[in-house]
Design a binder for this molecule. Sequence first.
Ligand code: ZN
Ligand code: ZN
Length: 382
Amino acid sequence: MTEPLGLPGTDVPHHPPLAELASRLERAQRAARAHEVDALLITPGPDLRYLTGYDAVALERLTCLVVPASGAPWIVVPRLESPAANASPIGSLGVEVREWSETDDPYSLVGSLLAERGRVALDNHMWAEKVLRLRAAMPHVDQMLAGPVLRELRLCKTDAEIMALTRAGAAIDRVHARVHEWLRPGRTELEVGKDIAEAIIAEGHVRVDFVIVASGPNGASPHHELSDRVIEVGDPVVVDIGGTMPDGYCSDETRMYSVGQPPAQFLEYYAVLLAAQEAACRHVAPGVTAESVDQAARWIIDEAGFGEYFIHRTGHGIGLETHEEPYIVRGNTEELRPGMAFSIEPGIYLPGRHGARIEDILVCGSQTGERLNHRPRELIIL
Ligand code: ZN
Ligand code: ZN
């Protein structure tokens, strides 16, 4: 990694370069035409942020970006949100801001301007009440999901996005590098989790998305919630943590710790898990299917006799959302392409005893996968 990463938070932009955003909008319009959609309607959420860099708050009042298949995009915003919209990259992208005041009906504003249109695509995360009110305002316009239109754009990350995910990976690496400061016998998972959450912010994120500290038997639950269990000597501990960076890109990394010497059985399957994670990472290349990456990890765990304890898919895509396409799972025959970013996180969970998971984010390059997390993957005995 030769890219300068700088001090936490100081050099992290709050949005991608304007030229990149402009090109995303253009590509979205092209995709809309290819899908025979007359306009994309995008409310606050990851799609809005992806297309415009505007990190709008989702409120009961309607904010809606309208991206026509051709012609200039515009956005409907409540008057009180207008300064925030103009301060975002929207203000520099040539997206016209159309304000509405408290007594206006913003749905008919969108509806009347689209009265002649035949089909609109709504962002996948739009609130149901907004979907239905838009339908009522445009009864003759077909609605479909924008997901299939935008997926090609969001699936393969641009160079700017890969840089953003690289910064996120380095930031969460810095947090894992400090876990030894907090993980000690006699402390509760909640106490350790609180320290980790503070460090996630201190190391450059603007939001803590999740903190899993799963000690001893709690490690057998992949999405264990922090509890008041006191960490004991001999506990293996799953630490799976992630946050959102100022530019909206997410981190997600799991490392395994042990407070003192862990049980012998744990060490036996940890070696299997390490080999499985490594094999799946090495398998990543353009043209291989997502499900074959899952299989690369799974067969090693199966062969060692722990297959029934690997109870989830191998990974998920990541970008402006922690979980997005592509999913690294049996049945997903999509071929990997350069720019796809996803986790590889096999796990082994023995109910009532302990569990383990190792997770890195990778980007598929032109020939192999490149890991964006670099902390040691061997068990860290504290
Ligand atoms: Zn994770
Ligand atoms: Zn993950």
